[in-house]
Design a protein around this ligand. Structure first.
Ligand SMILES: [Zn+2]
Ligand SMILES: [Zn+2]
Length: 349
């Protein structure tokens, strides 16, 4: 294997194109940077596609503390292994893999020992505290990469890696027995999870920004029983809710739309302040919780179910160099489904 790896590495360039965040609040800048050198437990991946997640927007806007700087964002990475470290056993050169948000955990802290590695005290995150996939190459630890179902093309698979994984964790947290699932914010994660929920026999109620009839129509196309404005009440009370939109005022609205015992999950990494609300909205054993990050098990479970549904991802493709345009579309709520960067046509579309 040493010979193959050496031969592979000899063909690799020393430098690559990347879109780099130099300081929060600034657009990403096209930069030539060295191709990362994988450590003993890492694989070097030639990136084919990388999804653009709302979390990237929060990082770029300075809403999340202490990112690595300068930083290559991007944590929905699909690519091919071109080189691997000496301890890598899980994968071979040539394998197509996916790299998600969770990039490393300590394996020793109380959370890691309780199967809550998503809460690890020393967790590192792709495209936030580790360089990510807005680049031609990236390095990732072998234990935090996933094999991807062959039925998905590279750009279609990218949104599965965060919108899918964290959406799925949020969906599981509302409980298996629910019948009426409310989803506030119908973006990338919602469009994936609505399909899983409908497949599992749930009725889906989709709430969008007031007047966003296009997103409401999209939700109905994906099987939602009802779609309307976030200021409206659904025709039936909800017994589980996921809030994907980073808008704190949606929490009291979601509680108001819920039955006794309902679980309301706040799925975003960042949310504006939650306004005060009457205790009666929480009374009746309603539960409010957040979902943070993902465990590898969430990813494995989701990748097993996604092809059965089958989950279809709706993607809008941008060339790598156009990432600032993609982030702008996401910020303005102009995307249907997910934005994905492609490396094959960096200036394209
Ligand atoms: Zn830990
Ligand atoms: Zn994400």
């Amino acid at each position: 294997m040493g010979d193959i790896a050496a031969a592979q590495s000899m063909e690799l360039p020393t430098h690559m194109r990347a879109m780099v965040l130099e300081a929060p609040g600034q657009p990403l800048r096209a930069t030539e940077v060295p191709v990362p050198r994988p450590g003993p437990d890492q694989v070097l991946i030639r990136v084919q596609a990388c999804g653009v997640c709302r979390t990237d927007l929060h990082i770029v806007d300075g809403e999340l503390p202490d990112p690595k700087l300068p930083l290559i964002p991007g944590h929905e990475i699909v690519g091919t292994i071109v080189h691997k470290g000496e301890h890598v056993q899980e994968f071979c050169v040539g394998d197509r893999i996916g790299v998600p948000w969770l990039g490393a955990t300590c394996g020793r802290c109380p959370y890691c020992r309780k199967e809550q590695e998503n809460l690890c005290n020393e967790a590192r995150f792709t495209g936030y505290t580790l360089d990510g996939g807005y680049a031609e190459y990236t390095a990732a630890h072998q234990r935090y990469c996933f094999r991807l179902p062959a039925v998905y093309g590279d750009t279609e698979a990218a949104p599965l890696l965060c919108a899918g994984f964290i959406g799925y964790r949020s969906y599981r947290m509302v409980g298996k027995d629910i019948e009426r699932l409310g989803i506030y914010g119908f973006g990338a994660a919602a469009h994936v999870i609505a399909q899983v929920a409908v497949y599992e026999g749930k009725r889906v109620y989709a709430f969008t920004k007031p007047g966003d009839t296009e997103a409401q129509e999209f939700a109905r196309q994906l099987g939602a029983s009802w779609a309307g404005d976030s200021t409206e009440l659904p025709p039936e009370k909800l017994d589980g809710v996921i809030i994907f939109a980073p808008v704190g005022s949606l929490l009291p609205a979601a509680l108001n739309a819920s039955t006794k015992g309902a679980i309301v999950v706040c799925a975003g990494i960042h949310m504006s302040d939650i306004p005060s609300f009457a205790y009666r909205l929480l009374w009746g054993e309603r539960v409010v919780r957040s979902v943070a990050n993902l465990t590898r098990r969430d990813g494995e479970e989701f990748l097993a179910i996604a092809p059965q549904v089958p989950v279809r991802t709706e993607v809008r493709i941008f060339g790598l160099r156009r990432v600032n345009d993609a982030l702008g579309c996401l910020r303005r709520g102009e995307l249907r489904g997910a934005a994905v960067l492609t490396m094959s046509d960096p200036h394209g579309r």
